[in-house]
Design a protein around this ligand. Structure first.
Ligand code: DX5
Ligand code: ZN
Length: 215
C-alpha cells in the first residue's frame, strides 16, 4: 500500500501541534520532518525540540529527513525526541555512510539514505541491504513548493530493479513537487512512499488530497 508522508515544512509553524494532530484524521501514514541546518542547504527549519514538542500530538511515525552536514550528531537527540525513522544525505560531510546507518539501527530506529537529484543510484547500491528505505529528492533540497524534476522517474525505475534483484522490500520514498500527476508517475515507476508538503497543507480538502495522491 502506498504511504503518504506530509511534510510539516509547509504547515503553519505558529500552529504546529494542531497541524500534526490533523494528519492522522486526514489519512496520512507518516509525518515527514524536514530538518535543515543552514549549511547543507541554504535554509534553517527546526530540530529535536520541535520533534519532542509535536510528539504528543500524534502517534504516526515521525520520518526525520536530515538535511544537515553532520547527521551522525543528530541520531540520539532525535531518538530521544521521539523520532521513528531517520534518513540522511549521502552527500553530507559524514562520509562513513554504512557506519551512520549502523548507528541509526543501534538506536532502535528505521534508517535510510537520501540522494539529491544529481546523485546516481550507484551511490547507495551497496547499502540497500542495510536500508529500510531510500529517499530520492525530486527537487533540490531546502524549500517546499518547487517543481518536480522529471529525471527522478528513471532513478526510481533503476532503484526498484536493484531492490527487486536483491529480494529486498526497501521502501522508495520520493520527496519534492509531489501532486496528483507526479504522484501517479512515481507510483507507476515503483515508489512506495510519497512526501507531500504544499500539496497537502495548501489543499482546500487535505483528506481528499491525500486520498488522491495515494490512488
Ligand atoms: C525540501 C523538503 C521536502 C519539501 C517537499 O527540501 O525535503 O520534503 O518539504 O515540499 P513540497 O511537497 O511542497 O515540494
Ligand atoms: Zn524532505
Amino acid at each position: 500500500m502506498i504511504k503518504i508522508a506530509p511534510s510539516i515544512l509547509s504547515a503553519d509553524f505558529s500552529k504546529m501541534g494542531e497541524a500534526v494532530s490533523n494528519l492522522k484524521n486526514w489519512g496520512a501514514d507518516w509525518i515527514h520532518f524536514d530538518v535543515m541546518d543552514g549549511h547543507f542547504v541554504p535554509n534553517i527549519t527546526f530540530g529535536p525540540s520541535m520533534c519532542s514538542a509535536v510528539r504528543p500530538y500524534s502517534d504516526l511515525p515521525i520520518d526525520v529527513h536530515l538535511m544537515v552536514e553532520h547527521p551522525s550528531e543528530w541520531i540520539i537527540p532525535f531518538k530521544n525526541a521521539g523520532a521513528d525513522i531517520i534518513t540522511f544525505h549521502v552527500e553530507s560531510a559524514d562520509h562513513h555512510l554504512h557506519s551512520v546507518l549502523q548507528q541509526i539501527h543501534a538506536a532502535g530506529l528505521k534508517g535510510g539514505v537520501v540522494l539529491c537529484p544529481a546523485t546516481p543510484i550507484e551511490s547507495c547500491i551497496h547499502l540497500l541491504g542495510d536500508c529500510d528505505l531510500v529517499l530520492l529528492m525530486s527537487v533540490n533540497p531546502g524549500f517546499g513548493g518547487q517543481k518536480f524534476i522529471p529525471e527522478t522517474l528513471e532513478k526510481i525505475r533503476i532503484l526498484k530493479k536493484a531492490i527487486q534483484a536483491r529480494n529486498l522490500n526497501t521502501d522508495i520514498e520520493i520527496d519534492g513537487g509531489i501532486n496528483p500527476e507526479t504522484a501517479r508517475a512515481c507510483i507507476e515507476a515503483g515508489a512506495t512512499v510519497l512526501v507531500a508538503g504544499s500539496a497537502v497543507f495548501k489543499a482546500s480538502d487535505p483528506s481528499d488530497m491525500i486520498r488522491c495522491l495515494r490512488s
